[in-house]
Design a protein around this ligand. Structure first.
Ligand code: FEO
Length: 170
């Protein structure tokens, strides 16, 4: 049996990951509207990855005999005034998600729930990658985004992103 607090936090994190998917879908819609299909593609794939994170957590609960409960997903309510805005919101959001994963890890650590800690290790590592990706996108936009050729090249780079299934298998 999983600890009640740990399983509750993982259950809540399913909702947060689905919200992340929703948020990035909103970013994708914005960039598509702006004519930046590559940025739109990058966030569409990011939305898929977030859904994967939620599914991994759901599967983990199920594998441990916990019945997950689904809550309403909040509406993405960010307003964008320039092409940089979603990138900055994305970075802030990933830092927030890292804090949530750390909180779950700390709860598992408190009760010596080594199984959940091992499961969460993948997410701890993933958050490092998520924050780095978001930060890199901001830096590249600062460097190249004000020049039309630079922006075109960035968009082409992001158009090349392809979906890959998560490396964690449960
Ligand atoms: Fe599910 Fe972007 O972390």
């Amino acid at each position: 049996m999983l600890d009640a607090k740990v399983s509750k936090l993982i259950n809540e994190q399913i909702n947060k990951e689905l919200y992340s998917a929703y948020l990035y879908l909103d970013f994708s819609i914005y960039y598509e509207e702006q004519g930046l299909d590559g940025f739109a593609n990058w966030y569409m794939i990011q939305a898929q990855e977030e859904r994967d994170h939620a599914m991994l957590m759901l599967k983990y609960l199920q594998n441990n005999g916990v019945r997950a409960t689904l809550d309403a997903i909040a509406k993405p309510d960010k307003e964008f005034s320039c092409l940089m805005d979603p990138l900055k919101f994305g970075f802030e959001h990933e830092q927030y998600v890292t804090s949530l994963i750390n909180d779950i890890y700390a709860a598992a650590y408190d009760v010596k729930d080594f199984r959940s800690m091992q499961f969460l290790d993948w997410f701890v590592k993933e958050q490092c990658e998520e924050e780095k990706n978001a930060d890199d996108m901001i830096k590249k936009m600062e460097l190249f985004g004000n020049d039309s050729k630079g922006l075109y090249s960035l968009d082409a780079e992001y158009a090349a992103r392809v979906y890959t299934a998560p490396s964690l298998v449960l």
